[in-house]
Write a protein that binds this ligand. Sequence first.
Ligand code: SF4
Length: 511
Amino acid sequence: MNVLDSQLVTGQLRAMGYRFVDDWRGASVVLYNTCSVREQAENKVYSRLGELGIYKRDHQDVVLGVLGCMAERDGVDMLRRFPQLDILCGPGELDKVPLLIDNAVKTKLGARMDAAESAGGGGGLTAGGRAALQGNKHRRSSTLAAAEDQLELLDLSRSFSPDDYSGSAYVRITRGCNKFCTYCVVPNTRGAEVHRAPDHIIDECKRLVDAGVVEITLLGQTVNHYHYDHGASVTIAGVQQPQVGQAVSGPGRGAGTRLTTFADLLDRIHDEVSGLSRLRFVTSFPRDFGDDILQVMADHPRICRYLHVPAQSGSNRMLELMNRGYTVEQYIDLLDRARAYLPGVEIAGDLICGFPTETHEDHQATCDLLRRAQYKNCFVFKYSPRPGTAAITRFQDDVPDVEKKRRNNELLAIQSGISEQVHSRYVGRTVRVFVESVSHKAAKEADASSGATVTLGWEKPVTQLSGRTDGDLIVVFDGEPSLIGSIVQVRVERSAPLTLFGRLVEQAVIA
Ligand code: SF4
């Protein structure tokens, strides 16, 4: 979600004439788009702000901003702590970033002129802190209110220049979340769940395909909860507004009704955006995953056989404390239904270990679920209390860190064995791969030797490329960089727990 937000803000600024530089030291405006979910990511931002604070002592004209969840959650506290900040802008207000930059620049200019006047023309900038407050006055604090106003225009105004995409793009279909899992700050920082009008989404997909995109990933915090009630839609200045939706309970398509469910949306995109080669979506919430969605996936070959469905725990007691709203049995039922509808589907999961009061038995139940789930990969997180969540006030963080680490390692070891098995099943098969980039390893080696490519018995120089299968398995193979952004066929020759290694087959490019 943050990647898309960054792309939209970048596109907006580029359209207004801003240029982007590789090194922040050469920039007049430095913006950090932030996430509050993990403590580590936040610490990184604090450290960068410290660095920028020192830099700004000699470069006071530089505009420094923090966007996203940290800005929304910490607000004024952050301004107090980091006087070097000029702009704070929450995720529901990103359409205002150009205005905030403009205000900050004008304030700095005004301050410099005042200082120059009072010092007889020789003064410097004296009011960096005040510039920050002036910019911040334009910040609206309610993400819910933002849902019904101009924010939709940020998505609608994205750039469709082919230069901005290397074959793949994100499209937001919902914003915010209503689930209020006790460990999560997202409902407070991104606000209530809001669903975009399906016509806007489909139009955006079509325009992206026209710009050369072959793979689109639909985004939502609980993407399968998408729900648009046409009877309740409101149009302002000719623009159909996003709407704050209620849950769609149980299976059942919206056909014949004035409702567009997630299954309907997938169906429409698949049929109406015929030039799209691959359609994916993340992240799914276990409770809202009806058979209607699985049926549409089964019926539509260009929708990837891949689900990312976080379980978070294998203990019903923990799930209740986390306020997840489903049981382990219901979660397993979803996995079984998915594999029955979609043979060969790959599933990824998330687990949290060391949540308050988690016992050895709770942890063992999570280990059991992990073995049962047979994920292709699983993200395992050690619980850490996050400001702004219910868990930080409701529960004591009582699992010692050393025990969290032990449980974390045990889960990772189990998953590593499963991932190895899942990946090894692909050896000898030919898979469709969307080519994403030069592989990290090859890029590092190229940097070290100051050369971008190597020759490995090909007529043209080749390098190691990295991509993903329809089931989201990472594939590494040798090929020309010009293949990035296309879909190719790769014969898998060997596997590791998280990677397949293969060779391009003839007539490789299929999209
Ligand atoms: S579903 Fe839970 S974990 Fe996911 S964004 Fe919503 S509150 Fe956070």
